[in-house]
Design a protein around this ligand. Structure first.
Ligand code: GLA
Length: 386
């Protein structure tokens, strides 16, 4: 069975016309501040990158199978019938989860080749998986005559990851990939899904992304565990107050309610979440008023809280974020995304960027024996036809 599925590319591509029926793109994202708040009904502040996933769709000559190929992955899939409905424990589960969302709503998409190409680092907390899901949802919607709104597509992409892939993620990544806007970040309230595009008027500053290139293991289970600890905190707090999600509490309300009710890890997780939500609110205000120093200080606080209370950093992330703060021109630095590896994001003066990348890169290599990759963040638009 496995050999059948992982057919070699030349055979695999035999089935389609040369002419593609459409080409699509969905970006990855960098989250500027607000991590592990989305599934607690809190605020997040991501921005879509210009890097992401491209998808070209071809029509097959048969009308009962689908093919999936990625230029970034060795395994290629040619699937039919039941094979389309089950996980294969591979990258193909992301598109298959989205296909299933469509089929659950009465749209059975068959007879296409899906050809993916990405320029995001994979598994580096820049939402490579969300970009695959969102570009697939966007493409299927076009193939089906656009029955769904962009918000519905974003929710279907998130649901595919929760239900099919088994990662209990919030909505931030898929939302940013769908709703990104050139040179804007998105202030998104994950409780109401109200959002605002905030212009990134950077006045000589840049966001610099540093990829630890640390292999992340078991992120999904550690992530799901954090989620369930937050759920436990919520259940306990609900015995004292009428809330639906943690981020409905102010810092003061939390400080009043938690003694004697929450302790240990459950306290720490809720403590981070509620304070991080308030930090995002303040950071968005600071950015709008051009108070970039304050924005940077909040980034630092956010990292420290993710390290100490939420315990999702690692030595590599801590090194890059903490050392960054010692460089000339750096206003703030933090991990971004789920953590356990992946990337930091640093707000800094453009003039210092080259020296910073060179020097921190060398020191990181000397310390860990791993080369970090650096990107000056280019903020682009969300999912679209190309
Ligand atoms: C991952 C998840 C998001 C979010 C972040 C942490 O990227 O997919 O939903 O929870 O982690 O902020």
């Amino acid at each position: 069975m496995k050999n059948d599925l992982q057919a070699a590319i030349p055979d695999f591509l035999k089935g389609h016309d040369d002419k593609p029926v459409g080409a699509f793109f969905a970006p990855g994202r960098v989250n500027l501040i607000g991590d592990h708040t989305d599934y607690n009904g809190g605020l997040v502040f991501p921005a879509a990158l210009t890097m992401g996933t491209y998808l070209t769709v071809y029509e097959r000559s048969d009308h009962f199978s689908c093919g999936f190929v990625s230029e970034n992955e060795p395994a290629h899939f040619h699937l039919r019938g039941e094979e389309l409905l089950h996980r294969h424990h591979s990258w193909v589960d992301y598109p298959l989860g989205v296909l299933k969302e469509f089929s659950d709503r009465g749209y059975n998409v068959l007879g296409y080749e899906f050809h993916y190409r990405g320029d995001l680092p994979i598994g580096a907390a820049l939402s490579s998986s969300a970009s695959i899901e969102v570009v697939t949802a966007f493409a299927l919607n076009e193939l089906c005559g656009r029955p769904f709104t962009l918000l519905e597509l974003v929710k279907m992409a998130q649901h595919a990851e929760n239900d099919f892939v088994g990662m209990n993620c919030g909505i931030m990544d898929q939302f940013a990939s769908g709703f990104g806007k050139l040179n804007h970040a998105i202030a998104l309230d994950c409780n109401t899904l109200q959002y605002e595009w905030v212009p990134l008027e950077m006045a000589g500053l840049k966001f610099v992304i540093a990829n630890t290139n640390k292999k992340r293991g078991l992120v999904d289970s550690a992530y799901n565990q954090r989620r369930s600890e937050c759920q436990q905190a919520l259940e306990l707090l609900k015995t004292r107050t009428d809330i639906q999600c943690l981020c409905q509490l102010t810092n003061e309300q939390f400080d009043e309610l938690s003694p004697g009710l929450l302790d240990g890890k459950v306290f720490q997780r809720a403590h981070h979440t509620i304070r991080e939500h308030q930090r995002v609110r303040e950071a968005v205000g600071a950015l709008k008023q051009g108070q970039m120093g304050r924005f940077g200080a909040l980034m630092n606080e956010s990292h420290d809280s993710l390290r100490d209370d939420y315990e999702v950093t690692c030595p590599e992330l801590d090194f890059l974020a903490m050392e960054a703060r010692g460089y000339d021109g750096v206003l703030g630095s933090r991990m971004t995304g789920a953590g356990f590896g992946g990337c930091t994001v640093t707000l800094m003066q453009e003039q210092q960027v080259d020296a910073f990348i060179h020097d921190l890169g060398e020191r990181y290599f000397q310390h860990f024996g791993i080369r970090a990759d650096f990107y000056v963040a280019d903020i682009g638009d969300g999912a679209r036809k190309v």
